[in-house]
Design a binder for this molecule. Sequence first.
Ligand SMILES: Cc1ncc(COP(=O)(O)O)c(C=O)c1O
Length: 407
Amino acid sequence: MSHEAPETPISANINFVTPEIGPDDFLPFTTPCLDQDVLDSAMACLKSGWIATGPRVQQFESDLKNYTGAPHVIAVNSATSGLHLALLSCDIGEGDEVITTPLTFVSTVNSIVHAGATPVFVDLEETTYNMNISKIEKAITPKTKAIMPVHMTGLSVDLDPLYELAKKYNLRIIEDAAHAIGTSYKNKKIGSFGDIQIYSFHPCKNMTTAEGGALAVHDEETAKKMRVMRFHGIDKDAWDRYGKKGNQALNVIAPGYKYNMSDLQASIGIPQLKKLDNYNAKRQELAARYHEAFKGWSEFERPGNAPYDNENPFHIYAILVNEGASGLNRDTLMQALKEENIGTGLHFPAIHLFPYYKSTYGFKRGDFPRAETVSDGIMSLPLFPHMTYEQQDRVIFALKKIFKKDK
Ligand SMILES: Cc1ncc(COP(=O)(O)O)c(C=O)c1O
């Protein structure tokens, strides 16, 4: 992405249907982009009489295939379920190790534990919030089965060296792409190549299905396992069984899970996906505006970019507070913004410092220094496609006021 704001604002063309945020209202750090098309689509689904998994999920999967370029897409009820399903479908379990980042939402790492495997962390790069690919090889042992990178904030990790390592050591790559629908790496969309990618459609994400997720998969055999394990281990979906041409007979071939997406969720996703590129362009425009406004500030670092060609749709605009220069730590800055009626997000505290992970795996402060610096200082500023320049200026002015730059 270029860090320059365009001269004329991009129109997101959003006929927004949720309550307007007035100049004196609390400005949340994000809010889903729901328009009349979403309402119409959800209403049509409700009126159709079929709200569980059915034709709209099939439609959504097909639309996602077209959008991402992935050969197989499997819709699920959350990215968390998708991460678990991905690990199970790669036959990862007891005694196996999975290498990942300590700076992610906890579900990335919980899913490794749910599969029965052991999470192994490597520290972050110095300029982005992504895991440091050059540290991975040292962490590989005979027990390593997979690497689980996270495209933090929407910025792609360096995938070429990662896939080279996977080839060399015969490892699976399960990309946590919860932030990365619409992200590109070297002009290729995340999901258009590789092994497995998992998207999230939680309301905070770049598009939503209320709750939901999807797996992009590149080999038929893994995709088949995922379809079966997504729905109780039954080798047919409900729609296939109850539809006109369906066959009621069912076979349970594994003790599967209840991870399927409903048609009602898909009905929200279908119109959102059509507008995703437009929404993402608007996010990029707003991120560039923040970037310009904070040029030369020492109180916090702006999000860094990677040296390789990439397109970051800015799921979040996360700054890193420099306590020495600002006189405030992250928590006091978040509080000061709240007093200015502005919400912020915390993405994320480092996983290895949570009590469960410390006591179970013996992690301690000092193990991953860069992740700890980021964990202590990171916070996300308000950013959503229907955010107006006036709303964004409230954030910029509030920060100027807090850091006494308004004189
Ligand atoms: C990096 C990351 N991975 C996974 C998830 C889980 O997504 P979901 O809420 O759809 O399960 C999130 C959600 O915030 C996330 O940020």
